[in-house]
Design a protein around this ligand. Structure first.
Ligand SMILES: [Zn+2]
Length: 386
């Protein structure tokens, strides 16, 4: 009989990229081990050393500035924990929160609690709803897999922009191998900063005005932020022994934080996307990846994970409630939305892709420098060398 599920984690053939070795262990488990080798599977002493070094570096880069780092806070477990760590380590973050119109009431409450208890400054970025709605609806109409790109694009574009404005060199990232290291590559669009893909999807399915105003990032702009402005994303949680269940307990005890019942469920849209659209339209259940992470991180047995998978991603009643809410907010009738759900998947690549090859980035950089110097010479801001 053909093997359909990994013997170590619970990932299965719903990922087209899965393969199994002679013991039935999948390639994602092997990839996790490979990635974790120099990060998670090192001694506590090395981790502590790396962590201390990183904190010192952030402080040094932030000397004399109002803030030494930026912390994007969604109110989810990872970013909330990062806020506690920042406080403990005496960092001075500017906390940035994104309001894209989908925050659950609980998320808003959690964020208010965290910021007031830890005494951090909060900058809430509210995106114009009509603009954001147009971007999200374009992705739904485009029938592409990753409908979270507009949110991710917005978050990083704004974080980098604020970092530049305040001359901050570090953006704290909640990313961590321990709870996010396993994710089949075909379950999301990995090229989150792909401006060409983004623009073409909006051009075809949305309002061209959206493109003028939407703060999106591209690989070239990211390259400039990273290499010219030296702004870096730092994944601090990788240097800690991160156990999700323990962290949740701490968040509840210290910050009066309340659980959402699922990863990224702090946003009503994300809950609906992960718990309804992905399973129903694309046959993808991200819980398989989230729970597999916890198995590999030693927090859950494979049996416990399989037991959890017997339940719906979230209560069916709430799914229906969310569906009506989402349709109303987007201005779709239920039959219109169902028709969009029934459309065949269109690969992201069908909308074109931006290059991110380092060689081409260098060429772009040189061309823009030449253009800039021509401008300076033309208006005699600087003299042409003799
Ligand atoms: Zn596996």
């Amino acid at each position: 009989m053909k093997q359909t599920i990994c013997t170590k984690c619970i990932l299965d053939t719903t990922s087209k990229l899965i393969s199994f070795d002679q013991n039935g262990v999948c390639n994602f488990c092997h990839k996790f081990d490979e990635d974790a080798k120099d990060v998670l599977y090192v001694s506590d002493e090395i981790k502590r050393e790396r962590f201390t070094k990183e904190i010192q570096r952030i402080k040094k880069l932030g000397e004399g500035k109002q803030y030494d780092c930026i912390l994007g806070l969604s109110g989810g477990v990872d970013s909330s924990y990062l806020a506690i760590i920042a406080k403990e380590q005496g960092l001075r973050p500017l906390v940035v929160h994104f309001d894209n119109g989908w925050n659950s009431e609980l998320a808003v409450k959690n964020i208010e609690n965290i910021v007031s208890r830890l005494g951090f400054d909060l900058y809430t970025y509210v995106i114009d709803w009509e603009l954001f709605k147009d971007a999200q609806k374009s992705y739904i109409k485009a029938s592409v897999l990753d409908m979270e790109v507009p949110t991710d694009m917005l978050i990083f574009a704004v974080l980098f922009d604020i970092a530049k404005k305040y001359k901050i060199k570090t953006i704290l990232s909640g990313y961590n191998l321990a709870t996010e290291g396993v994710l089949p590559r075909d379950w999301s669009y990995e090229r989150k900063f792909d401006a060409v893909n983004f623009r073409n999807i909006i051009r075809k399915h949305g309002n061209p005005k959206t493109l003028k105003k939407f703060p999106y990032l591209g690989y070239y702009r990211h390259h400039i932020y990273k290499n010219y402005y030296q702004i870096n994303l730092v994944a601090l949680l990788n240097h800690l022994n991160y156990k999700k269940a323990e962290v949740k307990k701490r968040l509840m005890a210290e910050l009066d934080w309340q659980d959402y019942g699922g990863k990224h469920y702090e946003s009503i849209w994300t809950r609906f996307y992960q718990g309804y659209i992905l399973p129903k339209k694309f046959n993808i259940d991200k819980r398989k990846a989230h729970l597999s992470n916890l198995i590999l991180n030693g927090e859950l047995t494979r049996e416990q994970a399989l037991e959890q998978m017997k339940e719906e991603p979230y209560p069916a009643e709430l799914q229906m409630e969310d569906k009506q809410y989402v349709c109303k907010k987007f201005g779709f009738t239920l039959p219109e939305f169902d028709a969009l759900m029934a459309l065949k998947e269109v690969p992201h690549a069908a909308y074109g892709q931006e290059t991110d090859s380092p060689k081409k980035m260098k060429i772009f950089e040189r061309i823009s420098l030449i253009v800039l110097f021509q401008f300076f010479y033309r208006f005699k801001i600087i003299r042409r060398p003799q």
